[in-house]
Design a protein around this ligand. Structure first.
Ligand SMILES: Cc1cc2nc3c(=O)[nH]c(=O)nc-3n(C[C@H](O)[C@H](O)[C@H](O)COP(=O)(O)OP(=O)(O)OC[C@H]3O[C@@H](n4cnc5c(N)ncnc54)[C@H](O)[C@@H]3O)c2cc1C
Length: 472
């Protein structure tokens, strides 16, 4: 039987986990496989990158996992990385919001909500009334409309508006709750009330032992292990410039900037939507247009290392997010060395400041000095500084976070339907079915299933041969 030639373009978490799943699924089905993973970068990992310098460990994108079980934990077990887990400090469970010119602890339960000053008394009581007023709705809604229906307009603005800026760098009035936070729709479906669902969820999380955790070497260690495990299949510093369909026979031909072109029976495009749509335009214009409309926000990250004595009051907890409309030029700040003590050497505090987001693509275009100045000023206004950072690092990530706007789920359904016109070709990555690392890892299994199913349909001879081999 001829080996199935599969090319995965993009060695971010989506591409690497899809490649792993394809290899595993092919082996389970007894299907010989010729796998290639291509990335234009000199290093595998895409956005997930950990810089280790002089005792500091800095993440440029996700810094932690938040589910103790499920596909991510399974992946770690398969890679033999379970022993590398580090769990976040319990103190990092406290989170803050910058509102009205100062930090407020986010309420962790009913008693803290009573004292939560960013909401008026009426606003707080409206949250308490939620179990009485909540109802189920079947139509798609923005995150803001959904939250306002449940907990009132004021709490929707302050709590959900801030969370959407923190997770997506986006606007709660524009993002679809169904696409961006499907768990919220599930909570409504299962419990009607978000307050009731929140209480039930907290109990379940306690029972399942959910915690925030990472790896000793940071997210970069996971990406390195994924790439090492794929060995020679990974080809770095290889930019794909075009995709063609050979006139004769199924499959695809990839033109690359370095080395000879590559032929593949099946293809996974795990690159940002702007890149995938450019390649797909000559093959399937409508599909390319649908993918091109998925906008993504540019992000800049400034990591600031302060001597411990540089703060007027020590930074507490996980960090803080900035509420919409507040005059700080940042989305939020994470106190990395509070979360994982090994992220900074003794005597230092490492703060990661996230900037930019939807509608603020001017911010990541600023110079390094300007970004550091904005980040430092924001920390000063939020916590109070007596001294300057003594080390700084700046990273820009263009098109970092796709915006799941209203209509996103329908768009993805159209994309999946249009993909059936390109047998063996799949799209993966944070633009489609979840931006979180956990969602992307889970999606890799589906992508692998579809690649093997469509490839089998496009190569019926090989498929029936395989069946015969398995039966014998
Ligand atoms: C600041 C920040 C904080 C975040 N925090 C969290 C968090 O706490 N939790 C969480 O779950 N998620 C978080 N995320 C989101 C998460 O990190 C990303 O969604 C995820 O890493 C994206 O992975 P991906 O594989 O889809 O894309 P990418 O990592 O962007 O991978 C795409 C790959 O395609 C390659 N490529 C592009 N063009 C070409 C070409 N022409 N030829 C070959 N290769 C090409 C690129 O080099 C890249 O390696 C955060 C993101 C950011 C920016």
């Amino acid at each position: 039987m001829n080996a199935l030639r599969v090319a995965v373009v993009g060695a971010g978490i989506a591409g690497l986990t899809a490649a792993h799943a394809i290899r595993r699924h092919a082996a389970e089905r007894g299907r010989p496989l010729e796998l290639t993973v291509l990335d234009r970068d000199a290093r595998a990992g895409g956005q997930l990158r950990t810089v280790a310098e002089d005792g500091f460990r800095i993440e440029w994108a996700a810094n932690a996992f938040r589910t103790g079980r499920g596909p991510t934990a399974d992946l770690l077990a398969r890679l033999g990385l379970e022993g590398e887990r580090v769990v976040a400090s319990p103190a990092a469970s406290r989170r803050y919001v910058f509102h009205g010119g100062r930090l407020h602890a986010l309420p962790g339960g009913p008693s803290s909500l009573l004292g939560f000053a960013p909401l008026s008394l009426a606003g707080r009581w409206r949250v308490f009334a939620e179990p009485l007023l909540a109802r189920r709705v079947a139509r798609e809604e923005s995150v803001h409309d959904y939250a306002a229906r449940h907990i009132g307009r004021e709490a929707a603005e302050v709590l959900l508006g801030t969370m959407v800026r923190g997770v997506y760098g986006g606007d709660a009035r524009e993002l679809s709750v169904d696409a961006a936070f499907p768990v919220m729709r599930e909570m409504e479906r299962d419990h009607r009330s978000l307050v009731v669902a929140g209480i039930a969820g907290a109990r379940k999380r306690r029972l399942e032992g959910k915690a925030t955790w990472s790896l000793r070497g940071g997210m970069g260690a996971l990406m390195q292990r994924l790439a090492d495990d794929l060995g020679d299949a990974v080809r770095l510093e290889t930019t794909v410039t075009a995709i063609e369909r050979p006139a004769a026979g199924p499959g695809y031909r990839l033109r690359v900037s370095q080395g000879p072109e590559l032929e593949a029976d099946a293809l996974v495009l795990a690159v940002p939507p702007g890149v995938a749509s450019g390649w797909l335009r000559p093959l399937a214009g409508e599909l390319a247009d649908e993918i091109a409309t998925i906008a993504a926000a540019d992000i800049a990250v400034a990591a600031l290392a302060f001597p411990r004595g540089a703060f007027a009051g020590a930074p507490d907890g996980y960090g803080f997010l900035v509420a919409p409309g507040e005059p700080l030029d940042i989305l939020g700040a994470l106190f990395e060395s509070n979360i994982f003590a090994d992220r900074a050497p003794e005597g230092h505090v490492l703060v990661r400041v996230i900037m930019g987001g939807a509608g603020r693509d001017d911010v990541p275009r600023r110079s390094d000095d300007e970004l550091v100045a904005s980040a430092t000023e924001a920390i000063d206004r939020a916590i109070g500084l007596r001294g300057a950072p003594d080390r700084v690092w700046v990273h820009r990530q263009p098109a970092a976070i796709p915006q799941y706007l209203l209509g996103h789920l329908d768009r993805v359904a159209r994309i999946e339907r249009l993909l059936t016109g390109l047998p063996g070709l799949q799209v993966a990555g944070n633009a489609y079915r979840g931006i979180a690392v956990g969602a992307i890892v889970a999606d890799a299994e589906e992508v692998a299933d579809r690649v093997l199913a469509t490839a089998a349909a496009a190569h019926p001879a090989a498929a029936s041969q395989q069946k015969a081999t398995v039966t014998v």
